[in-house]
Write a protein that binds this ligand. Structure first.
Ligand code: SF4
Length: 310
């Protein structure tokens, strides 16, 4: 059985311009201990997808389809059962860690409260706090525990929220842009940390940074304007990218020559008929303007949403 399986997942938000579908018919599977990178530009739907899995979306968002965790559908699950699963089984490393920490409480106190929710006694939590901080690379865990969030650097805050996510020993970690805004040294440290901490658990690594995902993930999935456009094993995708968007992202990396993809993704409230990438695609043909391409199975677990793969 898959650890996580998304079947036809759609997420729609009400807006003044009418309903906007931020995630459209996503099918995705994740095995226990697997590392999957979910890559896309801002607004592609990747963070919404992570929040939908954890049922952390705003109350008026509509989720349709199935989110199966160990075979149990999380869509429509009782709040009590959901609270039990969050943290213990699935945990989120949020974007903007400094904003997710309480500025008025010391780091150690916040970690201790999380551990108490996970079932640790006060005494056990007091022992576990420095252990967890040490596990995420704190050289002086006691002084980290005594610090307020505003006294911590961006890299420290990232490590602290990772420690919090690990408090319950979840089977699946969802890391939402954990390297965003970090300098190259801190980025390398966080990637190494995630790699070592997820040896025994699955990771859904959400990022706009293809090179970072390629360093720690064994499969890569690409989202564009709410849809998955390519999915496959890391080596296959990097050596033989099929979708023009993936090819463009590779050319935009330092190794590819830093050539950005021209143009912008279409607004979700005004999607074009046909392929959503057509306005930025140098390979577009007439069919691309009129018919949305399906997600073609090209073999060996490599999928691509492009008419050139038909
Ligand atoms: S379907 Fe057409 S427009 Fe879309 S990515 Fe493929 S070639 Fe480009």
């Amino acid at each position: 059985m898959e650890l996580l399986e998304l079947k036809g997942l759609k997420v729609t938000f009400p807006t003044e311009a009418g309903p906007v579908r931020a995630v459209d018919s996503v099918d995705l599977k994740l095995k226990a201990k697997e590392k999957l990178g979910l890559i896309g530009e801002t607004g592609s739907g990747k963070s919404v997808l992570a929040h939908a899995i954890l049922r952390l979306l705003q109350s008026d968002a509509l989720s349709e389809g199935e989110i199966l965790y160990r075979g149990k559908n999380l869509v429509g699950l009782e709040k009590k059962e959901l609270r039990r699963l969050r943290g213990r089984e699935l945990a989120l490393i949020p974007q903007n860690p400094s904003r997710s920490l309480n500025p008025l409480k010391k780091v150690g106190k916040q970690l201790s409260e999380t551990l108490r929710q996970a079932g640790y006694s006060r005494k056990e939590a007091a022992v576990r706090v420095p252990e967890l901080l040490f596990a995420v690379g704190a050289s002086e865990p006691v002084s980290w525990a005594e610090a307020y969030p505003h006294e911590c650097s961006g890299g420290m805050c990232e490590r602290i929220v990772i420690a919090m996510a690990l408090a319950f020993s979840p089977a699946l970690l969802l890391a939402d842009e954990p390297t965003k805004g970090l300098d190259s040294r801190n980025k390398a440290r966080i990637l190494a940390l995630l790699k070592s901490l997820t040896k025994e658990r699955a990771l859904l690594f959400i990022t706009h940074d293809l090179e970072a995902a390629a360093q720690i993930c064994t499969r890569l999935a690409f989202m564009y304007a709410g849809e998955l456009v390519e999915l496959g094993a890391r080596t296959k995708v990097l050596e033989h990218p099929l979708h023009p968007y993936t090819q463009g992202l590779l050319r935009a990396c330092p190794k590819g020559g830093l050539h950005p993809i021209p143009g912008r993704s279409p607004p979700l409230f005004a999607l074009p008929k046909g392929c959503r990438f057509q306005a930025r695609c140098a390979l577009a043909i007439e069919r691309c303007r009129n018919e949305p391409p399906p997600f073609f199975d090209t073999g060996a677990g490599h999928f691509c949403r492009c008419w050139l793969c038909a």
